[in-house]
Design a protein around this ligand. Structure first.
Ligand SMILES: [Fe+2]
Length: 427
């Protein structure tokens, strides 16, 4: 396909920035919105104006910029295939502020992004462990793809960080932490053009673990002092590996090196304090602890999400940057997707979709009757829609392990058998 467009170069903060100005394109932010050209899009814009669309990734890049409609020059390339659905269902209300598409329009793509990029980081970690060079371009590409999904709808990728079942642990952990940090950075108003570099750095924050002897890294019990000392070098090793590669900026290296530093100087490896810790390393520190607490390991059970949030909140002025903790809680919402909750009616439910407008009122799937008897099929309602909520409110959060529930099995069941009211009436 060939999108009729021209590249516009402008100066921004002393830097030359290229934009794609597409004919008859409209954006969520209003007509005339332009796509900033970065990465592969920057390379593909042709000299005489126009963009050859050869992959879904380019379409994803365009969508992430806010363009919602473009015209295609069919003299220069093929038209859209007939089976391609529109970007958004025109009968629905526009997505909530700060989101370019609805959650349910992004979630499937976010799952693909997550699988693909977790494999990329897994391979990169394996390569480094085997003494080979990692494919930096692929890791950077992964950083770009993750950022793009988050820019389209931040809640989709964030909701998937609840999934802890992935082997090996480090790749899944890198993926989760990187998603959470990118989402926080987006909420914080970080320039979208900077997100891929931050995302890439956080993806690699634990790459230094590949230099920690396996018998220490995989030890199920408590570390001996000398083992702890070695384990605590992994941030420094991450920085060394990135520096040796030569493809990363000092800022990116600092994010990885400083992700275990604490605001009160109790962290490692350098015992840095307060503002001397790189801002995005402070974000990484919060996401890192949260993901580690909520993960099930051979030596400890998974801590429920709300308890992990409370634990982090308790240490918000000592170990963590107070403002960053607030930002984290805002990013995750009061009831993250997958939280098991009880309603004022006594019904038990699982949080199925977040509500970025009012996090007290997400979309939930009712699993039981008020008397706790299981429903024949999960029933999905939005607590933000009065007719569906019918007076229901969340009153309690429960620990799934305590009542023997596997959250991912329940989520899959809701996806398959969940009954819901008409889509058009939803937000
Ligand atoms: Fe770490």
């Amino acid at each position: 396909m060939f999108l009729d467009a021209e590249a516009v170069t402008e100066e921004k903060d002393g830097e030359e920035v290229r934009y794609l100005s597409a004919t008859n394109a409209t954006g969520v932010g209003g007509a005339g919105k332009r796509a900033r050209l970065t990465g592969r899009m920057n390379e593909k814009i042709t000299q005489d104006g126009g963009l050859l669309i050869g992959s879904d990734n380019i379409i994803a890049s365009l969508r992430s910029t806010g363009l919602s409609m473009v015209t295609i020059d069919t003299d220069k390339g093929e038209d859209m295939p007939d089976n391609v659905k529109p970007l958004t269902d025109p009968s629905r209300k526009p997505p909530p502020e700060g989101r370019l598409v609805h959650y349910d329009e992004e979630i499937e793509q976010a799952k693909e992004v997550r699988t693909e990029t977790t494999n990329t980081i897994k391979t990169a970690l394996q390569d480094v462990a085997e003494g080979k060079e990692m494919d930096v371009e692929k890791v950077q590409e992964a950083g770009g793809v993750i950022s793009e999904s988050i820019l389209r709808n931040v809640d989709a990728m964030v909701s998937l960080t609840r999934i802890k079942k992935h082997d090996p642990y480090t790749a899944m952990h890198c993926m989760n932490v990187c998603t959470l940090v990118t989402a926080m950075a987006m909420h914080d108003g970080t320039d979208p053009g900077m997100l891929p570099a931050i995302t890439t750095a956080v993806l690699l924050h634990d790459v230094g673990k590949t230099r920690v002897p396996l018998e220490i890294l995989n030890k199920p019990g408590r570390f001996e002092p000398h083992e702890l000392q070695e384990m605590r070098k992994h941030g420094t090793y991450s920085g060394d590996i990135m520096r040796e590669d030569g493809s990363f900026s000092e800022e990116q290296i600092a994010i990885a090196e400083q992700h275990h530093e604490m605001m009160d100087g109790s962290g490692y490896p350098q015992a840095l304090e307060g503002d001397s810790i790189h801002y995005y390393a402070r974000l990484t520190a919060v996401a890192d602890v949260y993901d580690a607490l909520t993960a099930k390991r051979v030596y400890k059970p998974a801590m429920p999400m709300y308890q992990a949030l409370l634990r982090i909140h308790k240490n918000k002025v000592t170990e963590f940057d107070e403002k960053v903790v607030d930002l984290f809680i805002k990013t995750l919402g009061l009831y993250p997707v997958g939280s098991l909750v009880e309603m004022n009616t006594g019904e038990q439910a699982i949080v199925y979709e977040p509500n970025p407008v009012d996090s007290r009122k997400p979309v939930v799937a009712l699993l039981t009757q008020p008397n706790k008897k299981p429903r024949a099929a999960p029933f999905i309602i939005s607590l933000a829609i009065r007719s569906q909520a019918d007076g229901r409110e969340i009153t309690k959060v429960m620990d799934p392990e305590n009542i023997g529930i596997d959250v991912e099995e329940v989520m899959a069941d809701v996806e398959q058998r969940g009954e819901r009211t008409d889509r058009k009436s939803r937000r």
